[in-house]
Every structure is written in structure tokens, then in C-alpha cells.
Write a protein that binds this ligand. Sequence first.
Ligand code: PEP
Ligand code: MN
Length: 449
Amino acid sequence: MTLVAHDAAVDGLDRFRTLVAKQQPTWPDAEALGQAVARLSAAPPLVVPAEADLLTTRLAAAGRGEAFLLQGGDCAETFADAHADRIRNKIRTILQMAVVLTHGASTPVVKMGRMAGQYAKPRSSDEETRDGVTLPAYRGDMVNSHDFSPEARRPDPQKLVEGYEISAATLNVLRAFTTGGSADLRRVHEWNRGFMRNPAYSRYERTADEIDRAIRFMDACGADFDALRTVEMYVSHEALLLDYERALTRVDARSGKAYDTSGHFLWIGERTRDIDGAHVEFLSHVSNPIGVKLGPTTSPGDAIALIEKLNPAGRPGRLTFITRMGSGRIREALPPLVAAVRDHGSPVTWVTDPMHGNTITSDSGYKTRRFDDVLDEVRGFFEVHRAAGTVPGGLHVELTGDDVTEVLGGSEEIDDAGLALRYETLVDPRLNHQQSLEMAFQVAEMLRA
Ligand code: PEP
Ligand code: MN
């Protein structure tokens, strides 16, 4: 593997610098930024091109209905939470969900964390005011700190380097956990059995029994469970901070193509997907599989323009559209997009993000979501694709492996008063461990329908 750092110029890799880049921090110190970028430009890659290419083939399969993507993790990872146990709980939750979804879909599930780089957040306002004091908004741990003080909120480029290092450590745990035997299918199923022991989830007993029988059947047939001890799992984040993404981009000497080695899969957020903006321009030049979030105001013309700019060669698996419409709007907003893309003909992998269109403020003032709205958006996603003859290819969720109380509902019926018990997210509310598993059981039923 030979990866060349910088200016072995792949045509256009720096053209984004001439365009408007939304949602970038105002770095107070250009020299410090230069040093951080130089350090990252010389740093080893977090992922390599061959992994990104393999993921492209997996996402192509999801786009054809021959696999299903499960992408999940925090809205915003934090440096403080990058402990082994928290990371492991998150991976474990994704693997537990994946077993249930594999059964429902009868196809492989492509497992991907919003992890090892999800440290930068777009914000609706550049500033935040509390009790008459105005400071820069929190933009994620890779930019500034969440505490409300002038020092904490000052963007610090050194945090880009720290984010890279913590991402490397996170990825190291992920690689160890998914290849060291801890992810053995039988063990993961045992964990799901533990979840089922809570009577609140007894309605999922039948699916769990079926999975049990399937595993025993495989065992009886002499299936190679040793081969199932290793799990393929990928990492992804929003490619928001262009200084960071560009500095970690390398040219693969073998193919001459550029890869953003900060993660396997990068996505462009709803707020930065302007066709003439810097984010779309930059990602058009890297060869990773990429995604674009599409909200309810997206027009069919916007979607087609994105396809033509980001995947002109029509490479299957290259482009994923992650729709986040809101449960009340998906059944009207999604059909025209799906129809236009289908008729255009270039392959797109369609994924639902049922979180971001369903954010509300609870009576007690918490930013939250209703579990039922989240599930209803997934149901709408399946309905729309089935009606259009297109493929519902995956699920993108904000979740954590811990027992937080951030989303309303689920069989344990977290209510408004319950939110206060363990509300820990710094940005958007996440499904907790139980709600995540419950969602997997419900989506498995939709997949089978
Ligand atoms: C997110 O995924 O956390 C996010 C900000 O999403 P969107 O760009 O869809 O609003
Ligand atoms: Mn979010």
C-alpha cells in the first residue's frame, strides 16, 4: 500500500477552497490551524482504500436489495466518553440489532458505526446566549468544548489532532472487538436472549425463538461457526470540517485515486448539501462511498443534480441518499424523489434516518423524539419504496449502548418526567440500548412484510 500525502494533485481536490463552506468554525489562530493541518497531513490513515472499496460493493448490494445497511451511533461522540466500555456497548448494540435484522431481511446486514470521527456538528446558530451572555455555539469536541465559558467555547485547532487520535483509539477497540471472538454470533444471540427476559418485550419472543431455531439448525448442519467469529464493521461520520477531511485525504499510488482516510463512509449533512457548495465539491473528488442527507424540502431536481455531480459514472454503491423527512411528511415528500431517481436510472442506495425529522421539545424543555414517530417514519419509508418498486436499503439511527433516557416511549414507556433521569447527550437524543433492540425487532417485522 502506498498512499501519497498531498499535492500529488488529483485534479480538483483543492477546488472546494474557492467555494462557500457552510458551518465551519471561525478558528481564532491561523498559525495553530496550519500546525494542526500539517500534523494531520503527515499522519497515518485511519482506514485504507481497499476497505472503502469493499464497503462500496456492500452498499451496492444494499442498493439492489441483496443486503441491508445498519448505521448507528451517537449524534455527537465526545472525547470524555471514548472509554472501552462505552465503545463496546455501542458496538454490541449494533451487532445485536444486526442479528435480528439479518433474520428479518434474510440478507446480510452491513454494519456501520457513526463512530471514530463523529465529533463535528452543524448548528442552527453560530452563537448561543444564556442569561444575557453570548458565546460561540458548541460545534462538537473536535472544535470546542460544551461548557458555557469563553475559554471552553473558543475553537481550538489542536482539537482536530486530538479528535484524530481518539478516533484511532476508538477504531482500534472496534477492530479488536469485531475480530477477537467477542462478536461470535452465538454470543450475540445470547445477549438478545437476556433482553427478552424482561416481560416488557415478550411480544418479540416469537422472532427470538425463530432465530434460536435457525442457529440450532445451522449448527446441526455443521455450519462453520469459527468463520462467524469475525464480523465486518465500518465507521462513518459527517464530513463537516473540511480542514480535517482534506488533511486526511491521500492519493492511492496504485490507482491514482484520492481517498478520505478519516473513515470508510462520509456523509454530507442536510445543511451543507448545496450543489454549488464546498462540501459537495470536495467529496466529489474522493473515491470513498458517500452519503447525502435529504430533508423534506429536497426537490427531485436537487436529487438528480447531486447524482450527476457525485456519481457521474453511475458506480453502484458510491452514492447513498439518507432521507430524513419526518413521520408526518415522508409519505408525501419521498415519492417524487424516489420516482425521479428511479427514472433517471443511476444507482442510488436509499437509507432512512427516522431521527432528524422527528425532533421535538418536550413540555419539560428537553430536546427529544417519540419512539412511535421514529418507527412510523421507517414504516413510511418501506411503504413508499414498495409502492415505487425501489429498494429500501437501510436504516440510519442515533443510538447508544447505555441506559440513557433521551427518547420518549418504547415498551418501558419513558415519559416526559423520565427524561430527566439520565439525559446525557450534548446534541440530539439517542435511542437507548433497549429502545435500539426493540426497534430492530419492529423493523425486522417490516422487512419480512
Ligand atoms: C446528524 O446526523 O446528526 C445531523 C445533523 O443530521 P442532518 O444533517 O440530517 O440534520
Ligand atoms: Mn443528530
